[in-house]
Design a protein around this ligand. Structure first.
Ligand code: GDP
Ligand code: MG
Length: 177
């Protein structure tokens, strides 16, 4: 597959340790690495076919800068889709989506129609601090899509990106064709 109908920039944000790099690695390479997920990688490219359209996704990872709350406006610029990740076993990471990450995405997005997907990750863990209903409610209040995932088991990961891309494809302002 070397020609595409669409090329989209997608980026990940959310607190450090919630599994952003692991979700990206699971999506692009279908692996899970317990030891070194936060790789120094800026972005990965993945081809996807959604509803018969060939899409090239350039997915940007924070490379750890989110630890210092210093994602620059350049990181957000031009994004068609944003994946906002929290950890279902850590309430604070969910609260920070509402108080830190959603406002930041809204402030820096250069496309008003940008599609936002909220992801409750680490679904495989038993010690849940955030219910599915809470995640769903936050997404509804903010006009976002919502899914729960596990980078460890792969549950929900591919679906997350497919649903995000499907919504981008359904938004004429975000598409070339
Ligand atoms: P980031 O800082 O948001 O990029 O998070 P990382 O991808 O570096 O992951 C942080 C830690 O959480 C690592 O030890 C991962 O192995 C672990 N982790 C990530 N996703 C999952 C998951 O779905 N389930 C479990 N149990 N651990 C995960
Ligand atoms: Mg990381």
């Amino acid at each position: 597959m070397n020609s595409y109908d669409e090329q989209f920039k997608v980026l990940l944000c959310g607190d450090s340790g919630v599994g952003k790099s692991s979700i990206l690695l699971r999506f692009t390479d279908d692996v899970f690495d317990d030891v070194a997920p936060t790789i120094g990688v800026d972005f990965k490219v993945k081809a996807l076919e959604v509803d018969g359209r060939r899409v090239k996704i350039t997915a940007w990872d924070t490379a750890g800068q989110e630890r210092f709350r210093t994602l620059t406006s350049a990181y957000y610029r031009g994004a068609h889709g944003v994946v906002l990740v929290y950890d279902v076993s850590k309430r604070e990471t969910f609260d920070n989506l509402a108080s830190v990450w959603l406002p930041e995405v809204n402030q820096y997005s250069t496309r008003p129609e940008v599609i936002k997907m909220i992801v409750g990750n680490k679904l495989d863990l038993a010690n849940r601090e955030v219910s599915s209903a809470d995640g769903d409610a936050l997404a509804r209040r903010n006009g976002c899509l919502f899914i729960e995932s596990s980078a460890r088991t792969a549950a929900g990961v591919r679906q997350c990106f497919e649903e995000l891309v499907r919504k981008v494809l359904d938004t004429p302002q975000l598409c070339a064709s």
